[in-house]
Design a protein around this ligand. Structure first.
Ligand code: PLP
Length: 388
């Protein structure tokens, strides 16, 4: 069966060029970058080259990049690191109700240890209002954390405006850019962020590696203590093959991002238009225009998202419902609830996220099979019968 993968917000296939770049760093260039002899310096050179590449992609300086084990660690380090570094100044953190759990759960953890958390609401499209951020700031506010784009509904947040507000108030500003770096242009200076989280496996790099951008002068208490790696900011022998893979993914994204975003946005719009035309009682979630080029998220009334997923899977189509990272959970998505959807509608959401290998024929295949699946499931649905 031809399989069509449409869940690139969950993860992407590691590109062959990336794997090829990584391979020599397992057994040939295997050195520990902390060693002063040839092998160590060879590995160190590779790491520093990637640091420069990552910095260039986001308009930062190489010394402002710290390698991590992925987006989750970058978010944890940013929030816990900044919270404990600033606890004498205050204990108030502002975030939003639609963040990834890598931010929300850290906030919950900090809340249990005396920090006060304000979780801002969003409008029906998932947009945070910068004025809400401004109003929420107090003299105890030490961190503002707003994601660059939402992983479920694809809404791109007004991070630049919020960054301006944070800077004027002198508050450290973190943004989770896991869904944007490598896909759309990200400039730390334009966004006015002090901390920014990156994950390689969302843009065709390997899993388990990412980076945290830390603006010069931003104080963080380290998450990992041990050796003096990463200028004492993140202890532990570096995962050289993974870092090299991140570097190759960054290089390729830098070359292809613009063209690819345009191509995927065309497929996205074709899929959205087709779904809304062919399926009644279906609506788009997220912002109609301020959205990621690869994100399609729709509500299909009177059916369960899980049933849609299973039926699509039996046709070889991989998609997701709710948050990809927690799609095994039966709870409705916290993001869709924050958009104001009732729980039963949030259960009927379907997310397709396009990628490099998807073509027109993949979109056509979804449009060919999904209306029949919905009709079959609705025929069995008690939800629809009560509506009639
Ligand atoms: N933040 C966002 C917005 C995400 O979408 C994800 C992954 O789904 C993460 C953080 C976690 O990143 P990682 O899987 O690299 O830990």
């Amino acid at each position: 069966m031809r399989r069509i993968y449409l869940d690139h917000a969950a993860t992407t296939p590691t590109r062959p060029e990336v794997v090829k770049a990584m391979l020599p760093f397992f057994s040939d260039a295997f050195g520990n970058p902390s060693s002063i002899y040839f092998y160590g310096q060879e590995a160190k050179g590779a790491v520093e080259e990637v640091r420069t590449r990552v910095a260039e992609l986001i308009g930062a300086r190489s010394e402002e990049i710290i390698f991590t084990s992925g987006g989750t660690e970058a978010d944890n380090y940013a929030l816990k690191g900044a919270a404990y570094a600033n606890e004498r100044k205050g204990n108030h953190i502002i975030t939003t109700s639609i963040e990834h759990n890598a931010v929300l759960e850290v906030c919950k953890f900090l809340e249990g240890r005396g920090f006060k958390i304000t979780r801002l609401p969003v409008d029906e499209h998932g947009l945070v209002d910068p004025d809400d951020v401004k109003r929420a700031i107090t003299d105890k506010t030490i961190i503002i954390s707003v994601m660059h784009a939402n992983n479920e509904v694809g809404t791109i947040e007004p991070v630049e405006e919020i960054g301006k507000i944070a800077r004027e108030a002198g508050v450290c500003f973190h943004s989770d850019a896991v869904q944007t770096v490598g896909h759309i242009p990200v400039s730390v200076d334009e966004l006015k962020v002090d901390l920014l989280a990156i994950s390689a496996h969302k843009f065709y790099g390997p899993k388990g590696v990412g980076a945290l951008y830390v603006r010069k002068g931003t104080n963080l208490v380290p998450l990992m203590h041990g050796g003096g790696q990463e200028k004492r900011r993140r202890a532990g022998t570096e995962n050289i093959p993974a870092i090299v893979g991140l570097g190759k993914a960054v290089e390729l994204a830098g070359q292809e991002m613009g063209k690819e975003a345009e191509r995927q946005a065309y497929l996205r719009d074709k899929l959205i238009k087709g779904l809304l035309e062919k399926i009644d009682h279906a609506r788009l979630n997220g912002h109609p225009t301020r959205r990621l080029p690869n994100n399609v998220n729709v509500i299909v009334d009177f059916v369960e998202g899980e049933s849609l997923l299973l039926s699509l899977d039996s046709e070889g189509i991989c998609a997701s419902t709710g948050s990809a990272c927690s799609s095994a959970s039966p709870e409705p998505s916290h993001v869709l609830l924050a958009l104001g959807l009732p729980a039963e509608q949030a259960h009927g959401s379907l997310r397709f996220t396009l990628g490099r290998e998807n073509t027109d024929s993949d979109v056509e295949r979804v449009l060919e099979v999904l209306p029949g699946i919905v009709a079959r499931l609705r025929a069995m649905s008690p939800l629809l019968k009560t509506q009639k």
